[in-house]
Each structure stands twice: as structure tokens, then as C-alpha cells.
Design a protein around this ligand. Structure first.
Ligand code: RP5
Length: 156
């Protein structure tokens, strides 16, 4: 199972991207809104008790959510910096990616919900052959789409 945690309900447009991929791969997930600064105790309880194998955390501005979660668990934590301020997400990116040594957060692109989901699936796929095959098929489909786009190019 994968946990998907948003820092705020206002991050749900990116959570939707994550959930779309998880559904496509038929992976179990649990989705929550838990803020690290507004509800720290709730976050601690959740992280300590969840049975999820991977946690995806998304937050904007001074985005400490993924880092705090990573400090609470040795499970893999994937951080999505959210573009939710006047700084175009650069603040969130640096807050999420620049973790001090010892407590890693695997950070994807700003608003990179799809890649966060795919990375979480890749982690589960190390112990799940059928999930691994779905990832291979997904990449084959992407390749086929590129070949098709090239064949249909009308600019030559
Ligand atoms: C962060 O601050 C959230 O993750 C969100 O991206 C941003 C704004 O949150 P709200 O003030 O809209 O709740 O905590």
C-alpha cells in the first residue's frame, strides 16, 4: 500500500495526478490531508501506525511535510514540491529536496504527481513481478506513442 499525504486540501489537484496513476496500476493507496505544522501530532500518529510501504508527501511554500515524515519513519518517502506561492514552487522545491544528510527524501519535479506515483510503484515492484510487468508495458506504450507522433509529423 502507498500513502498519499497532502499538506492542505489546496494540494488536491496534484493528488489527483498521483491517484490517477495508482488506479491505473491497481495499487492500493490511502489518501490523507495532514499538515506538519498545523497538525504535527496527527501526522506522528499516522506515520507510526500506517501499514503503507511507501509514503508520498506533497506540500507547498516552506514545504517541510516530506522531511518531517522521513524523520519519523525509515520507509521510503517521496516528496512532491507544490507550486502554491508567488515563488513558482522554487521555495517548495528547495524545502523538499535540500534534506540534510541522514534523512533522505526522494524529490520529484515541482507538481510532479505522475512521477511520484511511478517511483512509488517501482519501489513496490522490486517485490512484485506483475507490477514490474505493468511498468514495462507502460514504458512500451510511451515508446509507441513517440514513434506514432514521429510518423504523423507534418512539418517535414
Ligand atoms: C502548504 O502550504 C500546503 O501544502 C499548501 O501547498 C500551501 C498552502 O496551504 P493552504 O494555506 O492553502 O492550506 O502547507
Amino acid at each position: 500500500m502507498i500513502s498519499v499525504i497532502m499538506g492542505s486540501q489546496s494540494d488536491s489537484h496534484i493528488a489527483e495526478k498521483v491517484v490517477k496513476i495508482l488506479k491505473e496500476f491497481e495499487v492500493d493507496y490511502e489518501i490523507k490531508v495532514i499538515s506538519a505544522h498545523r497538525a504535527l501530532k496527527v501526522l506522528e500518529d499516522y506515520v507510526e501506525n500506517t501499514e503503507s510501504e511507501v509514503i508520498i508527501a506533497m506540500a507547498g511554500k516552506a514545504a517541510h511535510l516530506a522531511g518531517v515524515i522521513a524523520g519519523l519513519t525509515v520507509k521510503p518517502v517521496i516528496g512532491i514540491p507544490i507550486k502554491s506561492s508567488t515563488m513558482d514552487g522554487l521555495d517548495s522545491l528547495l524545502s523538499t529536496v535540500q534534506m540534510p544528510k541522514g534523512i533522505p527524501v526522494a524529490t520529484v519535479a515541482i507538481d510532479g504527481g505522475e512521477n511520484a506515483a511511478l517511483l512509488a510503484i517501482s519501489i513496490l515492484a522490486t517485490k512484485d513481478e506483475s507490477l514490474r510487468q505493468k511498468l514495462v508495458d507502460y514504458r512500451k506504450e510511451m515508446e509507441a506513442n513517440v514513434i506514432k507522433a514521429d510518423a504523423e509529423l507534418k512539418l517535414n
